[in-house]
Design a protein around this ligand. Structure first.
Ligand SMILES: Cc1cc2nc3c(=O)[nH]c(=O)nc-3n(C[C@H](O)[C@H](O)[C@H](O)COP(=O)(O)OP(=O)(O)OC[C@H]3O[C@@H](n4cnc5c(N)ncnc54)[C@H](O)[C@@H]3O)c2cc1C
Length: 375
């Protein structure tokens, strides 16, 4: 069995992990960074809408040029049949931040880990970190073919919290939701993302690079289990008014995915020489379209905090990081509830659960300004 050493180990090579690895290499070039990613970023993955606000983060990470070269779909508008059956269209040209993008997520995630590798991080695809235990000041991580000892660890495994117990962290679930997603090719579009509220939950669809398209239904897991069955999914799709017509004759299904998509946080956000980033720290309802931006931003912040930890400023790094993490949730929760409340026009279980109790009425906030269904 091999046993290696690294200054920093990043677990997970999604946007959060790649952003952390890139930042660590730039901020502390004399220190070694190893990133382990379980997959290879060669499968379709939901999470395609990147708001315009990401541009600043991509520039900060030094990946703006390759991002532009990847020719993702520039989003022309968001069309939203949310509060009633008349769709509102918000053209990107009227947004102060400009147009966002409709991504091929596998390509986007690959682009980021390639940039981390070019910056000097060792990127190991197809490597699962199985467990973590304290070793001296740092951590010993177990892989299939040996161990690695790290001075500090960034935990960015997305919505997989198998390592929570190792880090002594607790998952707090704030809301349940499941996404039943299908991907298609031969399905060209007009660079718009469409959202439609339905009795069973809500649907979205967007055209993606290379004439591909994503179509997803979001509902509560206990209400949507039959949507795993293709016949039920296509039947529910056919009942939509604005989503079904987006799939042209001849569109071909290429992949499916069922994922949990509710809101959850980890507590604490950081501990002795470990820091959580991205969805592992705080995963948001996809309605908010904020997951990737949060992943990039928290990856950058986690890298600075990890660096401070190995430089002997662990207590300060943990306190600051936890404060930033909790602020994000405080803004998000009432805004999400208020946004759902504007569409609660059916008496079905999904919407009854989201109907505000009188004492819970809250002003619209950050969700409405950036979300899929902003109108
Ligand atoms: C249906 C749906 C739609 C969404 N739509 C949007 C959207 O439009 N816009 C948006 O911004 N966000 C969206 N999101 C959220 C967005 O996809 C996530 O917030 C984002 O991917 C988080 O990035 P991450 O790096 O934290 O996690 P992930 O992207 O999940 O990456 C984590 C990585 O860790 C790897 N991993 C897991 N365990 C291990 C292990 N033990 N060892 C090694 N590697 C491991 C995984 O293979 C994975 O590649 C959506 C989410 C869902 C479910």
């Amino acid at each position: 069995m091999l046993c290696e050493r690294a200054d920093f180990v990043v677990i997970g090579g999604g946007p959060a992990g790649a952003s952390a690895a890139l930042t660590l290499r730039r901020h502390a070039p004399g220190r070694s960074v190893v990133l382990f990613e379980a997959g290879r970023h060669d499968q379709a993955k939901p999470g395609e809408i990147l708001p315009a606000v990401a541009q600043g983060l991509l520039r900060q990470l030094g990946v703006w040029a390759p991002f532009l070269a990847a020719t993702f779909v520039e989003s022309r508008a968001v069309v939203s049949a949310w509060a009633d059956e008349t769709p509102d269209e918000l053209p990107s040209i009227f947004s102060a931040q400009g147009a966002g993008w409709q991504l091929d997520r596998a390509r986007f995630d690959r682009l980021l880990v390639q940039a981390a590798s070019a910056a000097g991080a060792q990127v190991r695809l197809g490597n699962v970190v199985r467990s973590a235990m304290r070793e001296g000041q740092g951590w010993r991580l177990a892989l299939a073919d040996g161990d690695i000892i790290a001075s500090a660890v960034i935990w960015a495994t997305g919505r997989s919290w198998k390592l929570a117990r190792s880090f002594g962290a607790k998952l707090r679930v704030h809301g349940h939701l499941a996404a039943y997603t299908r991907f298609f090719d031969r399905a060209p579009g007009d660079c718009r993302m469409v959202v439609e509220a339905r009795p069973e939950g809500w649907w979205y669809s967007a055209d993606l690079p290379d004439q591909c398209r994503v179509v997803a239904c979001l509902t509560d897991p206990d209400l949507g289990s039959e949507l795993r069955d293709p016949e039920s999914w296509y039947r529910a799709l056919a009942a939509t008014q604005f989503i079904a017509p987006l799939l042209p004759q001849g569109a071909r299904e290429t992949a499916t995915s069922v994922k949990s998509a509710g809101t959850a946080t980890i507590d604490p956000a950081a501990g002795q020489r470990w820091i959580a980033a991205g969805d592992s720290l705080f995963c948001a309802d996809p309605l908010s379209s904020r997951g990737i931006v949060h992943a990039l931003r928290s990856g950058i912040l986690a890298a600075y905090a990890a660096s401070d930890m190995v430089d002997g400023r662990g207590e300060l790094a943990r306190t600051r990081y936890a404060m930033i993490a909790s602020q994000g949730l405080a803004d998000y929760t009432p805004a999400l509830a208020a946004h759902y409340a504007t569409a609660a026009r059916w008496d079905t279980a999904f919407w009854q659960r989201r109907r505000p109790k009188p004492e819970q009425r809250a002003p619209m906030g950050t969700i409405s300004s950036q979300s899929r269904s902003a109108s």
